[in-house]
Design a protein around this ligand. Structure first.
Ligand code: URA
Length: 241
């Protein structure tokens, strides 16, 4: 199994890839930044929200607005800080006007989430709200039925304890949801104390090297980066601690 340092470097490489992502042409046009995620690249606990809002888009970091402050407050109540966990979203780019993520956008972005899970190797993943819960559970059951009920789930390459939670933005305006979110949050320490679930068998080994003919094919030179392309990421940009 790769060391935490190797996995962190790979995570930075995926972050670099995401910076230039154009899988969703509309979002690639309208975004200011790609909000890949931030936190501890070797965290036992990962949160997955919905999509960046205006504050996140401006700063390039997830959950930095009001919902983020509530998330930090709830974390503090269970003895954790933001830098202890990794926080990401179903979408890495802000949908214009904060509209809901479209199914095609979710499909385009899910590979980044799966690679984050593979590299960070969390024991517990808390989904925040309906979009993350539906994506990670692979079915349409809503958060109202599922919140606070942990289950073992295999998500892409990783098996984790999944804990669906209400989205903090919803809890900001409804007292009863905040109480429920707080109660559900209180389950996190006991889940973290459990052993990590058994992992699925690794995938088949990679395909054999290309044949001689393919290896000799002339190499198409890489296109030069566009003039306003972001410079390669460093740890500070990524927000990794
Ligand atoms: N809401 C989300 O789902 N994600 C963020 O990053 C901020 C608000």
């Amino acid at each position: 199994m790769a060391s935490a340092e190797v996995r962190r470097e790979e995570l930075k490489a995926v972050f670099g890839e995401a910076q230039g992502c154009t899988r969703c042409p509309q979002l690639a046009q309208s975004r200011r930044t790609v909000v890949f995620g931030s936190g501890n690249a070797d965290a036992d606990l990962m949160f997955i929200g919905e999509a960046p809002g205006a504050n996140e888009d401006a700063q390039g970091l997830p959950f930095v607005g009001q919902a983020g402050r509530l998330l930090e407050e709830l974390l503090a109540e269970i003895g954790l800080r933001r830098e202890d966990v990794f926080i990401a979203n179903v979408l890495n780019c802000r949908p214009p006007g904060n509209r809901d993520p479209l199914p095609q956008e979710i499909a385009n972005c899910q590979d980044y989430t799966f690679r984050q899970l593979e590299l960070i190797q969390p024991k517990v993943v808390a989904t925040l709200g309906n979009f993350a819960t539906k994506l990670l559970r692979g079915d349409a059951t809503g958060i109202t039925r599922l919140h606070g009920r942990a289950e073992i789930r295999t998500i892409g390459p990783r098996t984790v304890r999944l804990l669906p939670l209400y989205h903090p933005a919803a809890a900001l305006y409804t007292r009863s949801l905040l109480d429920t979110l707080r109660e559900d949050f209180a389950r996190i320490p006991e889940l973290l104390a459990l052993e990590a679930p058994a992992q699925p068998e690794p995938e088949e080994p990679p395909a054999p090297p290309p044949t001689a003919a393919a290896a000799e094919a002339p190499r198409v030179p890489d296109a030069p980066p566009p003039p306003d392309a972001p410079s390669p990421p460093d740890a500070a940009q990524l927000g990794l601690f």
